[in-house]
Design a protein around this ligand. Sequence first.
Ligand SMILES: [Zn+2]
Length: 359
Amino acid sequence: MTAFFMRNAISVLIHFTRYYLIFKESTLKTINISGNSNLHSYFSLRFLLALFLFILHITVTAQQVSLKRVIAVTFDDLPMVRSRSNEDTRAITIAIINAVKKHHIPAVGFVNTAKLEMDGKLSLERQRILNLWLENELELGNHTYSHPEFHSVSPEIYFADIIRGETPLKEMIEKAGGKLTYFRHPYLHTGRSIALKDSLQAFLINRGYTIALVTIDNAEWIFAAAYDKADKAKDSLLSKQVAKQYIEYMLKKIQYFEICSNELFGRNIAHILLLHANRLNADYFDKLAAALEHTGYSYTTLASVLEDTAYKSADTFTGGGGISWLHRWAKTAGKGKDFFKGEPECPANIMQIAEVDGE
Ligand SMILES: [Zn+2]
């Protein structure tokens, strides 16, 4: 808040003078509230009115500053979450990219290179599909070769999987004139002990990776599974219902993490949204992006979000869940149960359609 006043000192003076001058003598004489026209009471009234409007002005501006809404969008499990035909994968990829481009979003896609293979060999068609991201000037990051769980395999196996994922991806990115920069942990699993967590982090930094954290973690994958079931059953009414609930849920979830951010940092930090390359987003990311814009969000790059000082916060979380970094930082800072309450849950009907037991 101090920085806000410092930065805006000149603007503050201008606004106060403007409000002061707005109250011309004639206006006040017409109002004639005080009933007498002596210079002193006129001056006081004029001063008080100006002061009132001025306070109103800075309150509104300060609120706008603390409600600044900036977000980076990421899609995991490229080229597509579930293995489908090349035609399906291509159509879904194109639909997601079109929506991303329509909203001018510098999205980053995270790849599992095992999904580029067919019958144990790199598929040229799968590579061509993935290349659409690069052709559209969107960035790609490493999400391992086969999506292993760091919490259930040995570090040696996990590290080898990162390298196996890196090789074909790096080649594709460099061919397109880019550089492989980001890594995203599958399941957001970062290690069950400080030693494991540190060793993975050191390994990634050593290989030149920037770790793509997530603040808006969510149950979008359950909605996507429900949407796939409705789609398979050719139940268009149900598909629409799932999609409607998906957008409502995502907006509530973002609102919840804004509250967490305000409580932890005293402001709404720049966020990172985690989504997946699936049919639900192929059909509805456009609507979700429009809804986000409607709530005041603007889109930015992952690089610029990671520059927000919040992302330098300490994180000693070694729990089993793949939770938002806002929760990891809060747990590290010793926040109690109250901090975490009110998190929107995936609705029961969606879990039922998706045949999923828990988030
Ligand atoms: Zn994933």
